[in-house]
Design a protein around this ligand. Structure first.
Ligand SMILES: Nc1ncnc2c1ncn2[C@@H]1O[C@H](COP(=O)(O)OP(=O)(O)O)[C@@H](O)[C@H]1O
Ligand SMILES: [Mg+2]
Length: 252
């Protein structure tokens, strides 16, 4: 088991936004955490990545209790994430955005950078190579030297994923990676996420777009902070409760 939450609960004042969530994720799996807007998906992300502390419950990652771990520690332990609102460096190129993200997982000390040591220069070369490899894997090589702010929306979202991949995560968490994409961009992105899993990452995807179902091994559905269903994508599509609660009675 790579990730396990035990009775995870979060309240903001009197408002319970996450209640008693027991979610598990095995190594190599793609898990979809789905639910309508306001269900608590981003809150779940922020709890696991250490941005928020839970009101009660536990988070176990790779056999360790990380319930109150800070975001930089969670990142160093191999938890990488992309954001729903994509914080790119708009005036940097695609390549520079990905190289910069490597420094979130630093192998050089500040002194190395300051004195421009051999170790630092070697590391820089390594980072440039790694960045190009990531761009290649994510289909971004063709826009390598474009400024991030000039990219079409779909590419910007994939660049957000590339930045998360650059931190060399064991667990890759994607918050609404398909948000605002057209159907062509969606199928492109689904292939890319599959490729990332095949390269050895475990993936947790938060989405309200049901098209993500095709990609997931298993799906966990929440609504108003409560689990309403867990099962295979096929089972989710046919579950009355999910259809009623989540889709307002519309079948997909
Ligand atoms: N910092 C906060 N303070 C108070 N309420 C919050 C805070 N962050 C999120 N919420 C509330 O928690 C609920 C879940 O939000 P969120 O996790 O962003 O949902 P989702 O990502 O599924 O759309 C919403 O009702 C939201 O208004
Ligand atoms: Mg959200």
């Amino acid at each position: 088991m790579l990730l396990e939450t035990i009775s995870l609960t979060k309240r903001f004042g009197g408002l319970t936004v996450m209640n008693d969530i027991n979610l598990t994720l095995s190594e190599g799996e793609i898990l979809g955490l789905i639910g309508p807007n306001g269900a608590g998906k981003s809150t779940f992300f922020n709890l696991v990545t250490g941005v928020l502390a839970p009101t009660s419950g536990k988070i176990i990652y790779n056999g360790r209790d990380i319930t109150y771990t800070k975001p930089h520690r969670a990142a160093a332990m191999g938890i990488g994430r992309s954001f729903q609102l994509n914080p790119l460096f708009g005036d940097f190129t695609v390549f520079e955005n990905v190289t910069a993200a490597h420094y979130l997982h630093p192998k050089s000390s500040v002194l190395d950078v300051y004195f421009n040591t051999k170790r630092y220069r070697n590391n820089e070369k390594h980072i440039e190579k790694s960045a190009d490899h990531i761009l290649d894997m994510l289909g971004l090589s063709g826009v390598r030297n474009e400024l991030a702010k000039n990219l079409p929306h779909g590419y910007q979202k994939i660049l957000g994923v590339a930045r998360a991949v650059a931190t060399q995560p064991k667990l890759l968490m994607l918050d609404e990676p398909l948000g605002g994409m057209n159907p062509e961009e969606i199928s492109f992105s689904i292939n890319i996420i599959r490729r990332l899993r095949d390269s050895g990452m475990t993936v947790l995807i938060v989405e309200h777009n049901m098209q993500i179902l095709d990609l997931c091994d298993r799906v966990f559905v929440i609504s108003f902070g409560e689990k309403i269903f867990e099962g295979s994508p096929e089972e989710v599509r046919n579950d009355e409760n999910v259809i009623k609660t989540y889709l307002g009675g519309v079948t997909v």
